[in-house]
Design a protein around this ligand. Structure first.
Ligand code: GCO
Ligand code: MG
Length: 405
């Protein structure tokens, strides 16, 4: 007999940071978990799910994953955008989880099976000075990673994207009634970043993969200059050199530099990615599996990228929950054109709520073979970590103008 969705419930919790979790329960008692975290706007997506999506799900056949996706995307006049697509993504993840559990299979086996044995990943190194950054890189390498993202301070700036504030790890969002305001100076950054990355290249030798994230803040010609200046460093990629809205800009950057370009962590549909992919303006597409509408939609992005020899390199920050991380790993394992998976890592208390079975050893990830996605949520533990408002920082130029963060 066809199973049916009995309930869909939203859990907002904060084990170390805020997460929005969707729990779908079927009449047969199968639970599917989805993640719908949108950093700094968590309650908006929680309401979208609770007030508008959950009522539509009750009574549906959970095996009809694609039909459900179409219903929530095409069946709604007001489409796309980060809140909508994260909500759809969470439903999609939960339904794939249910499908895997129903069939007793890890989700990657429902996606055509593994095309590789394990998944190359990178994590973050952070330091105010070059010396501190070298120590941080060494610490990452000592954990077995062969690819590392390096972010450093900029002389004259007190806070910089990707560089820890106080503690030794970095988390961009901060709790409180309003965002931290940072002063940003592109000229100072452009002078300093090539020095830092050359020093790190010299420190690690030529075999370690180095990545760097400019986090959307340069103007097109500045981005082109940076790409050019960094060519001797042979980066694995330079990420988000300019904002993702003005996609023509990437063509300009491309004309000036052979430094590989990665972009797209803020994208949420194939429509956001298509011109950059088909124009071959980027080398890596970075959308996260949940923010881009779940496994069902992300695999279409991946296939489009494959046609144009663009590699898939999913966003994996601390602000997507371990459920999204696991879903990403299932899709990665079954995706021929995977480049690399980001694994920023989580505060240690996160694992009190999210019990994951995916593994990370020597910088290589595997989703594990548990049926479904392989992450279970401890609801009693989640209740011990109530939501508290947190914001991503706001950046201002030296003259006070708000600029891209
Ligand atoms: C990355 C990202 C993140 C974002 C964060 C914002 O490459 O991992 O840039 O660190 O800043 O996901 O919510
Ligand atoms: Mg990034």
């Amino acid at each position: 007999m066809t199973d049916r969705i009995r309930s869909a419930e939203v859990i907002v919790s904060s084990p170390g940071r805020n997460f929005v979790t969707l729990k779908i329960l079927t009449e047969d008692g199968i639970v599917g978990w989805g993640d719908a975290t949108v950093n700094g706007r968590e309650l908006a997506v929680a309401s979208y799910l609770r007030d508008h999506v959950a009522p539509l799900l009750i009574g549906r056949d959970p095996a009809r994953i694609e039909d459900c996706w179409q219903l929530l995307y095409r069946g709604v006049y007001w489409r796309r955008g980060p809140i909508t697509m994260a909500a759809i993504g969470s439903v999609d993840l939960a339904l794939w989880d249910i499908r895997g559990k129903t069939l007793g299979q890890p989700v990657y086996n429902l996606l055509g099976g593994a095309v590789r044995d394990e998944i190359l990943s990178y994590t973050h190194a952070t330091g105010w000075s070059i010396e501190e950054l070298k120590d941080s890189v060494d610490e990452v390498l000592s954990r077995g990673f062969r690819a590392v993202r390096a972010q450093s301070g900029v002389p004259g700036l007190e806070t910089v994207y990707g560089v820890h504030r106080g503690e030794t790890s970095y988390e961009p969002a901060s709790r409180g009634a309003s965002p931290i305001e940072e002063v940003w100076d592109s000229r100072a950054y452009l002078r300093h970043a090539p020095r830092v990355l050359s020093a790190i290249r010299e420190h690690v030798g030529e075999e370690i993969e180095l990545l760097h994230d400019a986090h959307h803040r340069l103007r097109p010609i500045e981005a082109a200059q940076l790409g050019k200046d960094l060519e001797p460093v042979k980066l694995f990629w330079l990420e988000d050199v300019t904002t993702a809205e003005n996609q023509e800009a990437l063509r300009l950057v491309r004309e000036h530099t052979a430094t590989p370009l990665a972009l797209g962590e803020v994208f949420n549909t194939i429509w956001d990615c298509k011109d950059l992919i088909t124009g071959q303006s980027i080398d890596f597409i970075r959308s996260s599996v949940m923010h881009a509408g779940g496994i069902s939609h992300s695999r279409r992005i991946n296939d489009l990228a494959a046609l144009w020899q663009v590699q898939v390199a999913p966003h994996g920050p601390s602000d997507v929950s371990p459920i999204t991380m696991a879903a990403s790993l299932h899709l990665d394992l079954a995706t021929p054109n995977l480049g690399i998976q980001e694994h920023m890592g989580y505060p240690s208390v996160t694992s009190e709520v999210f019990h994951s079975t995916y593994t990370l050893a020597d910088g290589m990830l595997h989703p594990g073979d548990a049926p479904g996605l392989g992450v279970e949520v401890d609801e009693a533990a989640a209740a011990r970590f109530p939501y508290s408002r947190a914001y991503l920082p706001v950046a201002r130029r030296r003259d006070g103008t708000v600029t891209d963060w």
